[in-house]
Write a protein that binds this ligand. Structure first.
Ligand code: SF4
Length: 338
């Protein structure tokens, strides 16, 4: 397989399962050339499950009256950050729905407080914000920002995310890049209305963006949303998308997401074997972890019942890879990525 000459037809054929053995072996070969067998760890703190948006697929949508809401205080967030820092993990991910309750300066102060105590990378996943806000957080010490595009089909995007415009998210990505963040994006595969051809377009367009991080997961129907009766995304197609993304984006950090595990037990481990090189154990306090319920099974039961980090470490070793405690900055960092 020559990745430089993968045509759209070939990508489509692989997504349909033309030759999984060849595809997965090629992806693992590329990941080993760039990252060896290392799997980077990112400790994630989901510090609020409030959201002002109303995405039709998401359990945190503001219209869901059945979810019990929580917000962590600054002290609680810093306590979780301390657990991550003390564990030896070198990246903290701060994630919420779009919750304006925390002011921009509240978040900046949290970033500064973490950075003053730990030599650690900070990734933010806090949704669409103004340029001034992104700038403030960058100056406070944030290193990376994740903002998924979710779908490259304009119609299914606007159907699934009422009141939002895909172009605004693209603009956010451009702004973040200008501010010298490591930038990540990605898609949900199997969103109602999307087809495999939309995944082909997404793979092409995300590749053209030269991203530092690429996150993908299957759509998983949540019974408290308008998409409750829709069919889950096909995990086999997601695994093939992981492999194609790795082949086309050798240096990208690609997490094997918890949605993989929700959709198919063992899915997150399989993701590592077909190109992913990052795992993100949750350090959200156990008493609220289950409430960060974007999709059913998020923060999978195993991670709630057991120590989430120990479960992740055991899974990485079982998959046949090496646990890395390094920051795992993007190999593209500091280079022109356009
Ligand atoms: S997908 Fe994100 S923005 Fe949309 S409702 Fe859920 S948390 Fe909010």
């Amino acid at each position: 397989m020559n990745s430089m000459t993968l045509t759209n037809t070939e990508i489509r054929d692989y997504l349909h399962g033309k030759n999984d053995t060849e595809l997965f072996a090629a992806a693992d070969r590329v990941r080993r050339e760039v990252f060896g067998t290392d799997v980077y760890l990112r400790g994630i703190i989901e510090f609020s499950n409030y959201c002002k948006q109303d995405c039709l697929y998401c359990g945190l949508r503001r219209g869901n009256r059945s979810v019990r809401r929580y917000r962590l205080t600054t002290d609680e967030i810093l306590e979780c950050a301390g657990e991550i820092g003390d564990s030896g993990i070198s990246t903290i991910v701060l994630q919420t729905g779009e919750d304006p309750w925390y002011s921009d300066s509240d978040i900046a102060e949290i970033i500064t407080a973490i950075k003053s105590q730990y030599d650690i990378a900070i990734t933010l996943s806090l949704g669409e914000r103004k340029k001034e806000t992104y700038q403030l957080w960058r100056e406070a010490g944030a290193d990376r920002y994740l903002i998924r595009l979710e779908s490259f089909n304009e119609k299914s995007y606007s159907d699934a995310r009422p009141g939002t415009v895909r172009k605004d998210r693209l603009n956010c990505l451009e702004t973040l890049r200008e501010l010298d963040y490591e930038v990540g994006s990605g898609i949900m595969i199997g969103l109602p209305g999307d087809t495999v051809d939309d995944v082909v377009i997404a793979i092409r367009d995300l590749t053209a963006m030269h991203l530092h991080m690429i996150g993908m997961g299957p759509f998983v129907a949540h019974n408290q949303t308008p998409f409750a009766e829709e069919t889950n995304g096909n995990v086999d197609i997601v695994l093939r998308a992981y492999a194609l993304m790795r082949i086309l984006n050798p240096t990208a950090n690609i997490p094997s997401t918890s949605a993989m595990e929700s959709a198919r037990p063992g899915g997150r481990m399989r993701g590592l074997q077909v190109g992913a090189n990052v795992i993100m154990p949750s350090f959200t306090p156990k008493r609220v972890k289950e409430l960060y319920n974007i999709y059913p099974g998020k923060n999978v039961q195993q991670d709630i019942d057991e120590d989430g980090l120990q479960a992740a470490l055991a899974m990485i070793e079982k998959a046949g890879y090496n646990i890395s405690w390094a920051r795992g900055d993007s190999p593209l960092k500091g280079k022109c990525s356009n």
